[in-house]
Design a protein around this ligand. Sequence first.
Ligand code: MLT
Length: 302
Amino acid sequence: MYKVHCLNNISAEGLAVLSADYELTDSVEEADAILVRSADMHEMELPANLKVIARAGAGVNNIPLQKCADAGIAVFNTPGANANAVKELVLAGMLLAARDIVGGIEWVKANAEDPNVGKAAEKAKKAFAGGEIFGKTLGVIGLGAIGAKVVAAAEALGMKVVGYDPFVNAERAAAISADMTFVTDLSELYPACDYITIHVPALKDTIGMVDAAAIAQMKEGVVFLNFSRDTLVNDADMAAALAEGKVARYVTDFANPAVAAMERAIVLPHLGASTKEAEDNCAKMAAQSVMDYLENGCTVHK
Ligand code: MLT
């Protein structure tokens, strides 16, 4: 019997994938496998018996990869399993930036007691006028599972898309979208886009990549969206760009103090993958990886 320990709440539907040869254990020390979502494992002592860690999510930056490699512990993630959820929140983020939806809702709530709120709203609405994303240009940095879905959704809404990904060739880019302008240098993407969204992992080369030098190449009044990892953006530089209006709106899924309270920032508490569907999909894929690895020594993401 293999023992599986969950470091975070993992969806019951996902855990149901585990066959009768697996049992859940509260004791991490006796675990053959760990399922984890966002718990930071860097300071954790890895159990002697541990053979595999599966992360119910795309990023693996909460897992000590070198320590695992040294100890012969396999690590899996769940690429694509939450891509639709993230894509939908990116679209919502663009619309929240384009239209003052939050301001409008807050105004109505604040005036809800007024019996003439309907008439007053007609007068107040001028203050909440916005723009449209139709016809605007979206830059997509990173054309993996999430980025590719964002491209398709943005094009379906009438946006033009400029895509960049150093690990994607022209043939793959054309398969993602024949209409997308594929560029091989960010200096071509930054000045061309009204909206820019980033979908890359946090790695040595990507941490801090959205800094003052990158922002300086962007259009005046650009909207920047970060639903990937907080460390990709230099928050002090972003706060300065927001303060001077160079960046009109910063939509981020990471509540960093430098930007969290800023009027032009739209900050969410890491909700990108927080849908029931995504949590189920990630948990199922993670559980399947554990079984594939423990029984066959490998996993194939279908
Ligand atoms: C991911 O890496 O896919 C997300 O961080 C998942 C999550 O929100 O837990």
